[in-house]
Design a protein around this ligand. Structure first.
Ligand SMILES: NC(=O)c1ccc[n+]([C@@H]2O[C@H](COP(=O)([O-])OP(=O)(O)OC[C@H]3O[C@@H](n4cnc5c(N)ncnc54)[C@H](OP(=O)(O)O)[C@@H]3O)[C@@H](O)[C@H]2O)c1
Length: 274
């Protein structure tokens, strides 16, 4: 099976890295190898870098990738979709499974860019996030009505090669983009701010980042592994009359939770306007 990538940036790198690292096994029992992959990118520098990094075939010709791919991953920025789909639409085989990872572009819109019907085109929308680069991604997967059960299973296997993958209906894609795709940016800001606080209290900066990042990663792991309510886990840290509850009060006074909710809402609103 040939898996083609148009665009070889951050996200394609995360996906390809996951596929090759995990030796992802396909429905026919074979594991994905570099020989199964082909990709295109705008610049020679990117193409050369990815050929060297992964040992995959690369080309400057998007149509070549589109023509040979059984599964075609569209990994360019949303604003380049009209240009790229116009270029490749005549080259894509009718039976090719097309996977889009673009933020904000609906199944209906993508199918229309291919001049196809959303109800018959084998099309799946995915929303990965950058922790995929370290095998800790969380990807929302939304199969179109023209995608088969096998297509969905294949797509899940590809996306699970670098973390969690969760199937959701399209009406939740903007929420998923915000809470999983964009939220790493918010979490990095939080880690940076926690570390600044520790630096203010005298801790060396490098150590402060390590403590803050490890604490955030560990807390997230505790939520996922115990399944306990985050508020419950928060209460567990807050001893009566202790230090933590003072910090919780400071965050509440600054509208911490409202700010986080508004950040998610702002991303959803922007995605709907794209
Ligand atoms: N970054 C995220 O956190 C995130 C999360 C979820 C979804 N996404 C989605 O993932 C997609 C890719 O994002 P990214 O962060 O990987 O972007 P990126 O790092 O900027 O990579 C984009 C790639 O597209 C290539 N490209 C641009 N124009 C092209 C063309 N005409 N033909 C072929 N290749 C072309 C670029 O080539 P050069 O390298 O040669 O310039 C680059 O390799 C976007 O649609 C984005 O919405 C991103």
């Amino acid at each position: 099976m040939k898996i083609g990538f148009i665009g070889l940036g951050n996200m394609a790198t995360a996906i390809i890295g996951g596929l090759l690292r995990e030796g992802t096994v396909l429905a026919d029992g074979t594991a994905v190898t570099a020989a199964d992959l082909i990709g295109s990118a705008k610049t020679e520098a990117t193409r050369q870098a990815k050929a060297t990094q992964f040992g995959i075939a690369v080309t400057a010709d998007n149509r070549e990738v589109a023509a040979v791919a059984d599964v075609l991953v569209l990994a360019v920025k949303p604003q380049f979709f009209p240009e790229v789909t116009t270029e490749i639409r005549g080259a894509v085989n009718e039976n090719t499974l097309v996977i889009s990872i673009a933020a904000g572009l609906t199944l209906e819109r993508i199918a229309a860019l291919f001049g196809r019907d959303e109800n018959t085109m084998r099309l799946i929308r995915c929303m990965p996030n950058t922790p995929a680069l370290v095998n800790a991604g969380c990807t929302a997967v939304c199969p179109g009505t023209g995608a088969t059960e096998d297509d969905e299973a294949l797509c899940l296997a590809l996306m699970e090669s670098f973390g969690h993958a969760i199937v959701i209906p399209e009406r939740l894609m903007d929420a998923a983009s915000a809470v999983a795709g964009s939220s790493p940016a918010f979490v990095f800001m939080f880690i940076e701010a926690l570390a600044d606080g520790a630096v203010e209290a005298g801790m060396p900066r490098a150590q402060a980042y390590e403590f803050a990042a490890a604490a955030v990663a560990g807390s997230a792991q505790l939520v996922l592994e115990t399944g306990r309510h985050p508020g419950d886990l928060k209460d567990m840290v807050c001893s009566p009359g202790g230090t933590t509850i003072e910090g919780v009060k400071a965050l509440e006074q600054r509208g911490f939770r409202a700010a986080a909710m508004e950040a998610v809402g702002a991303c959803v609103a922007k995605a709907k306007a794209l």
